[in-house]
Ligand binder design. Structure first.
Ligand SMILES: *[C@@H]1O[C@H](CO)[C@@H](O)[C@H](O)[C@H]1NC(C)=O
Ligand SMILES: *[C@@H]1O[C@H](CO)[C@@H](O)[C@H](O)[C@H]1NC(C)=O
Ligand SMILES: *[C@@H]1O[C@H](CO)[C@@H](O)[C@H](O)[C@H]1NC(C)=O
Ligand SMILES: *[C@@H]1O[C@H](CO)[C@@H](O)[C@H](O)[C@H]1NC(C)=O
Ligand SMILES: *[C@@H]1O[C@H](CO)[C@@H](O)[C@H](O)[C@H]1NC(C)=O
Length: 838
């Protein structure tokens, strides 16, 4: 018995090895590699030989067209040779490729617009149809926004009515030409194309008719490198997943030796290369109190189509079977619930894949794939994904491009109805064109580098959409009553800052430099000049203008003006002589603030946030509350700054706003991090971190400290829960802080740091409690002057760990007005931060 187990263990991997060797030597019967317009065979760097279309056996072209363009742009990297010639069609023409087999075939089309004196291929405007399926409808390379060669990949059925033929028809539109550089046709292994698939939302299996064609929208190698045709026996391309991760800090890539990957029975090695299964993303240790969040990937897709989603799993992280159990969601609907890969494969490091279909309805253009731990509390929270393919399915009009059914005229619909249909669709088309044209005119406006008129009016409805491209300038007649900031010319600003003199720099941040300046009228200002060319910066720049223009409050930094011209993004604020609060707490030689000053600063900042949450017409969530974003004026009045990440809060019928996680590490609400649902209570959490930072005078995150002290929220709560918060307070406060005041302050911070948003107080409550803490402090000072033995903490007891002052200087080499701490945090943590989250 035992011997057989041992033998099995020895031979089991071997058996798989043999099997995968056999599969890896897959040599498809039908392989057509065509170099369109070429004159001699070209070999690509994956060592495949492409033959000229004029001399490939079983490939015909009719009517035979002899327009060939060729270039000598050898500079295109990689497979350049294929893009060195193209065939150009002036009228509808078709390739006929006679295959040996019927069934599904890959069809890959290579497009690259060569420079040609006679034909402008970049703006060539054409449609492509294959075996009755519209692949490209009124396509133009220039509209695709691509500059490198474009490879489109499809799965097309050969057979049916087209017996053993793949026809590929190019139709130039409207007097233009069509072109193609290269064509690949390769038979698809039988297993590849599923006949019925589980839908999401879950229901009974959906049949996929054989004539349905697929277009590869995304093919992703999670946690792994780019795989090129060289690395894949089916010559596919697998991209890395980083660009699609909604929150990079939520995932960590893992990898094993690809030779360890086994392909069990029923999983052909052609499904995906072992490189795909050997790498994965798993949940990063977020060190939130309990490891419960999703890893999310968002993919932009065309609306109104059904998508086939294939997920590749391989448990490369567990050390035992049945120890990795997780949930999978597609567009927030459950796809796999409490899924255990090993229950399917009965082995670790074994390949497994599962297919789903989902409809992307009109008005939506994304597929969100999420993985996360189930609610079972006894298992360690983890989840993995190794690979993902998203394939668009041809619709009922046999189209893969656009939702317009191209009538082929072979239907049995009576002529009369056809005419009516034609007229009405023409009318609809005309209306659509007008809408599109209006929309484009509207979109074009902000791109003009012209100065905005000096009266302007923000569009509040666009603030929530951080990708808004809508002009910030408008000639609305109500402008004067809304416009608070003034449009300043670049020359005015240059004068104010003595041509951006380096000696006037008062801060440097992720956004750019901050200068002190003086306007013509003698007003001293802080000038924040964005790094030119940063798209991210542009969004934040505009958000900040939109936000600040609606707000005026004693405890919010006010915007004096802005400038957007000559690619410059400049914001001009009131000058805050005291600089960021953080500088007064640690990392500088400034005199320490008294407890009363600190309480007053907390109260000021709380008033500012309270106003944001409740005072304006819409709730505004700041999203980046931290000690570098609270500025002090010459009288130590606190003002909240930096509204670049702010968002409008939920409206009455919503409970939250769903959004990608942004903010600064150490201040991030754990609930928001997990669920990506934003409410104003996320600001309350961050404010709780600020309160602790003010009390303890140390950074929110200090990686130089022992593990349990790194995160101030955890460390301070540890002591607060034991009623011993005084053990870790700033040494400068010892002896000057009233114990009751400290207790009230500690309780308030504790409530702010509650795990669930619903348990946290509103900023109004926080404000009230802080004012109470101030009263307690003031009352005790009065008493103290009467009775010297008052309720003061004598000094810090000896057992308290020395938390502060060792490494504080490292963290504040740069002090800046309204910028981020993340730029100054050490490398240890930079990798954990969301790159999108500044
Ligand atoms: C077709 O070409 C004509 C003349 O060049 C042009 O006026 C018209 O706008 C084009 N139509 C489309 C749909 O591009
Ligand atoms: C998608 O929508 C079509 C048409 O409404 C419907 O027939 C099909 O069952 C839907 N598929 C899924 C997976 O929901
Ligand atoms: C892909 O193939 C190339 C060329 O053979 C090789 O250099 C590269 O390491 C391969 N990548 C992977 C991930 O196997
Ligand atoms: C979480 O804690 C572990 C040690 O327990 C550490 O290695 C890791 O870097 C921490 N991760 C984060 C995101 O803080
Ligand atoms: C993960 O995402 C799904 C769907 O969006 C959601 O229902 C679930 O609550 C999320 N899980 C966690 C732990 O946030």
């Amino acid at each position: 018995m035992e011997v057989s187990v041992v033998l099995f263990l020895i031979f089991f991997p071997f058996a798989f090895f043999v099997q995968s060797m056999i599969c890896a030597s897959f040599s498809p019967i039908d392989v057509f590699l065509i170099d369109c317009g070429g004159s001699k065979p070209v070999e690509l760097d994956d060592s495949r030989l492409f033959h000229p279309d004029s001399s490939t056996p079983n490939v015909g072209l009719s009517p035979s067209s002899d327009i060939v363009v060729s270039g000598n742009e050898m500079s295109i990297s990689g497979n350049s040779a294929l893009y060195n010639s193209a065939r150009v069609f002036k009228k509808t023409s078709a390739y006929t490729i006679r295959t040996k087999q019927i069934g599904h075939h890959w069809l890959r089309l290579h497009f690259f617009p060569l420079q040609d004196t006679k034909y402008n291929l970049k703006s060539a405007f054409f449609s492509v149809v294959s075996n009755g399926i519209t692949l490209l409808h009124q396509f133009s390379f220039s509209k695709s926004g691509q500059s490198s060669p474009l490879v489109k990949e499809y799965v097309i059925e050969v057979g049916g009515s087209n017996s053993k033929k793949l026809e590929l028809t190019f139709s130039p539109c409207n007097g233009s030409v069509a072109f193609i550089n290269g064509i690949e046709v390769v038979v698809v292994p039988n297993l590849y194309f599923p006949s019925s698939v589980v839908p999401v939302p879950l229901g009974s299996e959906v049949e996929i008719p054989k004539h349905v064609a697929l277009e590869t929208a995304y093919r992703i190698n999670m946690g792994g490198p780019l795989l090129t045709p060289k690395n894949d026996s089916m010559w596919r391309i697998w991209e890395p997943d980083q660009p699609y991760l909604v929150n990079a800090a939520s995932a960590r890539d893992v990898m094993v030796n690809p030779n360890l990957i086994k392909y069990p029975d029923g999983v052909s090695a052609e499904i995906a290369p072992n490189w795909v299964y050997a790498t994965a993303q798993e949940m990063a240790e977020a060190n939130v109190t309990d490891q419960r969040f999703n890893i999310s990937w968002a993919f932009e897709v065309e609306e109104g189509f059904t998508y086939l989603i294939r997920m590749h799993f391989c448990d490369i992280v567990s050390i035992a079977l049945n120890s990795l159990v997780f949930n999978v969601y597609i567009n927030k609907k459950s796809a796999l619930s409490s899924f255990d890969i090993s229950s399917k494969t009965m082995a670790l490091s074994a390949a497994y894949y599962v297919d789903f279909v989902t409809n992307v309805s009109m008005g939506s253009n994304q597929i969100l794939v999420q993985i996360g731990p189930p609610d079972l509390r006894n298992l360690p929270g983890n989840a993995i994904l190794n690979g993902l393919e998203i394939m668009k399915m041809s619709n009922t009009c046999d189209s893969l491009d656009g939702n317009v059914c191209v009538s082929s005229g072979n239907s049995k619909i009576p002529r009369k109805i056809l005419i009516v249909l034609a007229i009405s669709s023409a009318a609809v088309f005309a209306v659509l064109m007008v809408i599109v044209a209006t929309f484009f005119l509207y979109l074009r406006q902000p791109k003009k580098p012209k100065r905005c008129p000096s009266t302007w009016f923000p569009f509040p409805t666009n603030v929530g959409n951080s990708d808004s491209k809508v002009s910030i300038c408008s000639l609305a007649s109500t402008a004067q009553s809304h416009g608070l900031g003034r449009v300043l010319s670049f020359s005015e600003i240059r004068e104010a800052t003595e041509n951006f003199d380096e000696s006037l720099v008062i801060g440097v941040g992720g956004f750019g430099k901050v200068y002190k300046g003086m306007l013509e009228n003698g007003v001293v200002v802080a000038v924040k000049r964005g790094n030119p060319g940063s798209r991210q910066g542009l969004t934040e720049f505009r958000t900040e203008i939109l936000m600040l223009s609606k707000l005026r409050h004693r405890h919010l930094v006010s915007l004096r003006g802005y400038c957007e011209e000559q690619n410059e993004m400049i914001l001009v604020y009131e000058f805050m002589a005291g600089g960021p609060l953080r500088k007064h707490l640690y990392g500088s030689n400034l005199p320490p603030l008294s407890w009363k000053q600190r309480l007053e600063i907390c109260i000021g900042a709380a008033k500012g946030l309270h106003y944001l949450h409740t005072g304006a017409a819409d709730t505004i969530i700041h999203r980046d509350v931290k000690t570098t974003n609270i500025l002090l004026d010459e009288n130590f009045t606190a003002k909240v700054a930096d509204f670049g990440l702010s968002k409008l809060g939920p409206t009455l019928d919503q409970t939250h706003v769903s959004t990608a996680v942004k903010g600064s590490f150490g201040y991030l609400d754990p609930e928001y991090f997990r669920r990506q649902q934003l409410t104003e209570k996320s600001d309350v959490y961050s404010f709780g971190v600020v309160l602790m930072e003010i009390l303890c005078a140390r950074p929110a995150i200090n990686p130089a400290l022992p593990r349990e002290q790194v995160n101030i929220a955890e460390w301070a709560m540890h002591w607060q829960k034991r009623g011993l918060l005084e053990g870790i307070i700033d040494a400068h406060l010892a002896g000057f802080i009233n114990l009751d005041s400290l207790r009230k302050f500690g309780e308030t911070a504790e409530k702010c740091l509650a795990e669930h948003g619903a348990e946290r107080p509103t900023m109004g409550d926080v404000l009230w409690n802080l004012e109470y803490a101030l009263q307690l402090q003031e009352a005790s000072i009065q008493n103290a002057s009467l009775d010297n033995s008052a309720n003061h903490i004598p000094e810090i007891p000896g057992w308290i760990p020395q938390v502060e002052s060792i490494s504080a200087n490292r963290f504040d080499s740069i002090s800046d007005q309204a910028s981020d701490a993340t730029t100054t945090t050490s490398d240890v943590f930079s990798q954990l931060m969301d790159p999108k989250g500044r």
